[in-house]
Design a binder for this molecule. Sequence first.
Ligand SMILES: Cc1cc2nc3c(=O)[nH]c(=O)nc-3n(C[C@H](O)[C@H](O)[C@H](O)COP(=O)(O)OP(=O)(O)OC[C@H]3O[C@@H](n4cnc5c(N)ncnc54)[C@H](O)[C@@H]3O)c2cc1C
Length: 437
Amino acid sequence: MDWASELGAWGAVSVAEEERGAHSGDVSGHAASLPQVVVWPRDGAGVAGILAWANERGVAVTPWGAGTSVEGNPIPVAGGILLSLARMDRILEVSLEGKYGVVEAGVKYRELNRALAGTGLHFAVEVGGDATVGGMIGNNAAGPKAVKYGATKEHVLGLEVVLADGRRMRTGSKAWKQSCGYNLTQLMVGSEGTLGVIIEATVRLTAVPEFVEVLVAEFGSVEEAVGCVGRMRGLDAGALEFLDGSFMGFLGEAERDTLFCEFHREGDGEAAERICLGGGAVSVRRGTEAADRERLWGARLRAYTAAGEAHAGSKLLTTDTAVPLGTFGAMVGYLREELVNRGLVGYLLGHVGDGNLHVILPYKDRAEWEKVKEFSRAAVGRSLELGGTASGEHGVGMGKREHLEAEHGREAVEVMRMIKRGMDPKGILNPGKVLPG
Ligand SMILES: Cc1cc2nc3c(=O)[nH]c(=O)nc-3n(C[C@H](O)[C@H](O)[C@H](O)COP(=O)(O)OP(=O)(O)OC[C@H]3O[C@@H](n4cnc5c(N)ncnc54)[C@H](O)[C@@H]3O)c2cc1C
């Protein structure tokens, strides 16, 4: 069968080893898998044509935004068609009055914000990866600013989706407030390409803060740091981040549990400083000028990359548990002990303002993989005991499928299966992801 010439009717196609290789893995350590073909549809009609073609033949289709996932989410484990939205990258409409933007799924969120510069509005979700809006919706990505603005799901007003058999469906509207029928928009958010392919998104645009102050506070213990975060609840915090003391030491900084905070209201940085000094901080630094803010935020920004670079030749497993706010300190304590007991190297950093904690674990071979995987299982187990979740922002992908039933219960997972069967009866959309088994 000559897939390339048949699929070429709807966009650019490549079967070149290099392109297939470039779309075979994300940034996680999950095993790469080559698709048979990479397709870049031109438009929504192209996506619809490709899905109708694939559904008729039972060929797997894995949507791809920028491939910056960290849980194997866009890896085409069943081969088939890798459907890249990268060339559907037009900003279709911006309404400053309506405070919304309409974009094709392949628009990078940074591009959208560049286009909005000077308008006073922005798409407020920020992730470290150079992600597309479609991929952020796919994973319900969050990041440091979620403590103020929420995750991607809070910013999606409506979608246009191509269903598995090629039909096109509109969900939601351009209104900021909606209460009409089942919320199919939110069903698609976080569905990781397993229920349909998003071709267009209407996203909420929110006000860019006029004032930004960064504060970095070092503590002798995580409990003190978390206690201070609890006392900052009346402040207009744009980010509340945590870096573990030994990670700070590794980054060449003082070896202390450290808070990286951003405030958006004048006076709140000063108030936070008082809270931190009263709550045991041994040092507090603040800055409002762009250069100072960048310098203060430096260690937090380079943390993930530095951990990777220090273990060149290793792969990284990154845990993503999120626990109820008051239990963040307990979770950090538990994970530190587990690292020591298991003789593992692991770097802790987290979005302490919303209870989301990552441990970055390098591993080289199968034996080390088994050990870090066991650690990750223990972390999820503890998170669930505390009333938390296996994944705060990275999604289920390949690595968290085994936890779905423990987190949601058998009945909820059965309902998820019913939804999947109803929307994708032949199971062509991103097989091997989200649902266990
Ligand atoms: C350095 C670095 C820092 C990061 N920091 C963060 C962070 O702070 N917070 C965070 O949440 N994540 C973070 N990430 C992870 C990653 O950037 C996000 O998960 C992001 O949402 C992935 O977007 P993408 O465009 O790369 O999507 P991809 O990785 O290509 O795809 C993501 C998922 O969505 C599906 N998908 C893609 N496009 C569509 C579409 N149009 N329709 C339907 N399904 C689709 C894919 O099949 C896949 O399941 C980081 C990654 C890196 C490399």
